[in-house]
Design a protein around this ligand. Structure first.
Ligand code: CP
Length: 318
């Protein structure tokens, strides 16, 4: 297998994935993790290592899968949910001092961080003597989610070329689609990406310009007309917390149900297509879709365990 480009490096931005070799390396490792977990095989290459997991924002999936990933690999974890409320951050401690402190108090070998600021992982990495992994920062980056999303797509289609991916919903505040779109653009120039959103929630122009140079990129305000052609329909929620911060809750109420995936809409998709969502969903996919064979948003979460195991192992073991 190729060199491990992840070893002892921070993983804070999807822009660090610069070649398909890096993706293949990680997916090969994820396949191995998947096989071990499915067979119940104990595999603990991180025995003796410590992973600190610091979450400043709510999370169900990313938090639990990082904890499970580290522990399944034999690492000791110091996992803190509610950093903003229950650590000395509530007394005014800076992010830099928190990172220095966690390193000293835990003897950790890596730090996983989720934080509301866009540059939080960079700030953490700038003072951290150990690798920092971005578990979601601000509105721009969720680089481990992108890897698990791509792994889910790869598992489904057995390829990463000639895909037609439709991304729907809050493309302005949602960070998952930005990281995934960049990753898709790296894998194949024949990829088609269609952004479906209300005008108010269009993806940032810089991202659109960057992607348009690399793949076939379309933007529309209509889901019908796009989903019929899709291999992947990737739904996202309209992110209330950012509207709240901007004092625009009335706009949230107006936009939150602009795109709702129903069984009827899914019936128009190709038989082999899939529906994904990073979750949580808050109304944009009706429960009636859950039983459709194209539903992949539940198994998609399990990809997170395998990919995060692969990433932790790649970062901590040569
Ligand atoms: N997909 C995702 O980031 O979910 P959580 O916010 O629950 O971690």
């Amino acid at each position: 297998m190729a060199n491990n480009a992840f070893f002892q490096n921070h993983y804070i931005s999807i822009d660090q994935i610069t070649s398909t070799k890096m993706i293949n390396y990680l997916f090969f490792a994820a396949d191995k993790m998947k096989s071990n977990v499915e067979k119940g095989k104990v595999y603990e290459p991180l025995k003796g290592k410590t992973v600190a997991i610091l979450f400043y924002q709510p999370s169900t999936r990313t938090f639990t899968s990082f904890v499970a990933a580290a522990r399944r690999l034999g690492a000791y974890t110091v996992a803190i949910h509610g950093m903003a409320e229950y650590s000395s951050v509530a007394k005014g401690e800076s992010l830099e001092d928190t990172i220095r402190s966690i390193y000293q108090t835990t003897g950790a070998d890596a730090i996983v961080i989720r934080h509301p600021e866009n540059n939080s992982s960079q700030v953490a990495a700038s003072v951290s003597p150990i690798p920092v992994i971005n578990a979601g920062s601000g509105t721009l980056e969720h680089p481990t989610q992108a890897l698990l999303d791509l792994y889910t797509i790869y598992q489904q289609f057995g390829r990463l070329n000639k895909l037609n991916v439709v991304m729907v919903g809050d493309l302005l505040y949602g960070r998952t689609i930005k990281s995934l779109a960049k990753l898709l653009a790296l894998t194949d120039k024949s990829t088609t990406i269609t952004f479906v959103s209300p005008d108010e929630l269009k993806a940032p122009r810089e991202l659109v310009q960057e992607l348009a140079k690399k793949v076939k990129l379309f933007e529309t305000g209509k889901l019908e007309g796009a989903l019929e052609q899709a291999d992947v329909v990737y739904m996202t929620r309209v992110q209330k917390e950012w509207f709240e911060k901007a004092g625009k809750l009335d706009e949230y109420e107006r936009l939150k149900e602009k795109f709702v995936l129903t069984r009827h809409l899914v019936s128009k998709m190709k038989k082999q297509a899939i529906v994904m969502h990073p979750l949580p969903r808050v109304g944009e996919i009706l429960r009636e879709v859950d039983d459709d064979p194209r539903q992949r948003y539940f198994p998609q979460m399990r990809s997170g365990l395998y990919v995060r195991m692969a990433l932790l192992n790649s970062i901590l073991v040569k």
